[in-house]
Every structure is written in C-alpha cells, then in structure tokens.
Write a protein that binds this ligand. Structure first.
Ligand code: TXA
Ligand code: MG
Length: 344
C-alpha cells in the first residue's frame, strides 16, 4: 500500500484533507491525523474490522484499549453508557483539549476498541482538521498515537511516515503538534477520579473543577500485576528509542560534573541553561522552568538520538511540577526506570 501524504495547514487545504480523510475512515481505512498532543492513527470507532487494522499497523498489544475521538459532548453521549455529571463540568473547562475521560461505554462501541473493558476513553481533540474529519465522516474516530508500538509518539507527519509508511492509507500533515505529549487520561467511572496518565491538563488544573482527584501509583513507578488491568497502557515498554536512556537527577553542578566524566560516546539531553557547561553532543529540551517547552520537544529529541547512532543517552530528569509530571512519566518509561540520583 502506498501511503498518501496530504498537507493541511490553511483553510482550503484543511477542507480538502478532512474530506479525503473522512472518505477513508468511512470506507474502513486508516488515516493518521494531527492533534494538539501527538499524531493519532484513526479508524471508524464503530467498525470492528477497521479498528483491528490499527492494532496490526502499529503492532499494538491486543489488550491495550484505544481512545475514541469525538467532535463534542453530543457525540460522546451516543457512545457512552453512563455520563457522570462531573463529565459535563470537565468538558466545559477542557474540551477541545488534551483531556481523555474514561467512562462506562455504550453498546455501540465494539470490544475491539476497549479490549473487552466496560469503559471507554473519550476525548475531543483541539485540532481543526481532526474535528472536521469527524464531522464529515459522521462517526467517532478511534485513534492511538500513530507510532509503531513501543516507539516515541509522533509529533510531526514525518515521524508518522518514518514508522507507518506503506501500512496505512493516508497521513494528514498539519505541522508540528503544539503540546507534544499525549493527553491526560482521567478515569471518572469510579467514585474518586484517578489520573491514569498525566498530560498537559495537570492535577492542579483538574482540582479547580473537581477538588478530589487521585494520581495512580503507576504514574511515577512501574505497574504491578494487580494494577495492570486498570491502566493497561502503562505496563508496556514505551517511548523507547534504540539507544539506552538513563535519567540523571541532580543539581546543575552535579549534572555538569557527572556528564564531564561520563562515557565518551554517550549523548546528553539537558536544559538550555546546561548547554554552556557541556562539551559533547547534546540536545537541549528547553528552559529549566519551561515544562511546556520541554514536553513539546521531548519525543522529537528521542527520535533524533537514534539518528546519531548513539548507544546511550543521559537525560536530565525533569521536575515533576505541573506539566513536568507528564514529561517525567514518559521519560522514566523511555529509560525503563533506570535513574541515577547524584549526590556530592
Ligand atoms: O493525546 C492522546 O491521547 C493521543 C492522541 C492521538 O489523541 N492518543 C493516545 O492514545 O495517546 P494511546 O492509545 O497511545 O494511549 C491511550 C492510553 C493508553 O495508555 C490506554 O491504556 C489508555 O489510554 N486507555 C484507553 N482506554 C482506556 C480504558 N477504557 N481504561 C483505562 N485506560 C484506557
Ligand atoms: Mg501511544
């Protein structure tokens, strides 16, 4: 299969691209679409066969459920069994945007989407071509990140082509993704809402709308066998480039000292402020306190590391404040939980 690449940056292009993507979705094909977080690999969420193609193209484990994308609460209501009142408050605040809500599913959503769970993740992406595609297709679109399973999520159309060219019908090129890491996943199907995956909608943001929110233990650590069914996506190897990633936690001085004595061949991922003290190949992920900038860069950097053929990368462990928590959650997985704590 030859994968078509269609640009969608201005008004006329967006119309054309959405019409083309909608045709493919309606006929049971796969279309990669930009969102504000990362690129998604979309299929008609109501078509079991189309959904199974997503798993095949990505090499995705069969027990990791997909997020369903909608163009608003009205479409969400049609595919849900129960809509808790709190969902309306959260949507009003954060949709369209990087917040996925886990709720009880309705009968229309096939098991292929939820991997047999009785809940489904729903979100309204903040991207004109994706929203227009949903509207033109007239169906909700199931879409995981459009990467080969285990690889960093794609934040550009080129990343998607690098992983999936020849395996999917079309990639809609809407430019780089603004947020750069996947949505916050919040489970509101139980009594106390739980963050299963942190993202750009932070714990602080959520607490302004719903005062009691907990954070799943798996966010900062590995997943135990007992927790795995609650948060299926968190148990797999994730975001991994070929190079071995090692997180390094310490002060500016400790970090610079560690790097100056580390193996010759290793590359470094650091803050902009560290650059002047580092005399080896590096990737700067943004200013130290600018967590949003770091998040926007990180997946692209993880892919760039592989182009250098480096065997190892020392990555400065980010702060866990605000959006930093989401970045830390992705990096600790990219590093297979390998972290060095420096002390003088
Ligand atoms: O920003 C995003 O969320 C992107 C864009 C494309 O929308 N999508 C995305 O999808 O990151 P994916 O499939 O790569 O990650 C979905 C995560 C997985 O960790 C999955 O296990 C979890 O959401 N998930 C989906 N449905 C769930 C459910 N019913 N219960 C618990 N976790 C669920
Ligand atoms: Mg993913």
């Amino acid at each position: 299969m030859k994968t078509k690449l269609i640009p969608a940056t201005d008004g006329a292009e967006i119309e054309y691209a959405a019409a083309a993507a909608a045709e493919i979705i309606k006929s049971g094909g796969l279309a990669a679409l930009p969102t504000e977080t990362v690129y998604g690999l979309g299929a008609n969420a109501l078509d079991e066969r189309a959904v199974s193609k997503i798993f095949a193209a990505k090499g995705r484990p069969q027990d990791n459920p997909l997020i369903v994308h909608v163009n608003g609460m009205k479409m969400a209501e049609k595919i849900l069994g129960e809509v808790p009142v709190v969902a309306y408050r959260l949507c009003e605040m954060f949709w369209p945007g990087p917040l996925t809500l886990i709720m009880k599913k309705g009968a229309e959503i096939p098991d292929a989407v939820t991997c047999g769970l009785d809940t489904v993740g729903v979100r309204m992406p903040d991207n004109p071509v994706f929203l227009e595609t949903i509207t033109k297709a007239g169906v909700p679109i199931a879409a995981p990140s459009a990467n080969t399973s285990g690889k960093p999520s794609p934040t550009s159309a080129q990343h998607v082509m690098d992983d999936l060219s020849g395996k999917i019908d079309v990639v809609i090129d809407g430019g780089s993704c603004r947020v750069g890491i996947e949505s916050t996943v919040l489970d509101i199907s139980k009594e106390v809402p739980v963050i299963l995956r942190p993202g750009a909608v932070t714990l602080d943001d959520l607490q302004k709308v719903i005062p009691v929110v907990s954070v799943a233990k798996s966010v900062l650590s590995g997943v135990t066998e007992k927790e795995a069914p609650l948060s299926p996506g968190m148990k797999y190897t994730h975001y991994s480039p070929e190079a071995e990633i090692v997180l390094v936690s310490g002060s500016d001085e400790e970090f610079a000292k560690f790097i100056s004595s580390a193996e010759e061949e290793a590359v470094v991922v650091c803050y902009d402020e560290d650059v002047s003290r580092i005399s080896r190949p590096y990737f700067a992920m943004g200013k130290k306190e600018d967590y949003a900038a770091q998040a926007a860069e990180i997946f692209s950097i993880l892919r760039e590391i592989d182009k250098t053929k480096a065997k190892k990368a020392y990555v400065r462990a980010p702060s866990i404040k605000g959006v930093g928590l989401a970045l830390y959650n992705r990096l600790i997985r990219a590093a297979s939980f390998n972290i060095i704590f420096l002390k003088d």
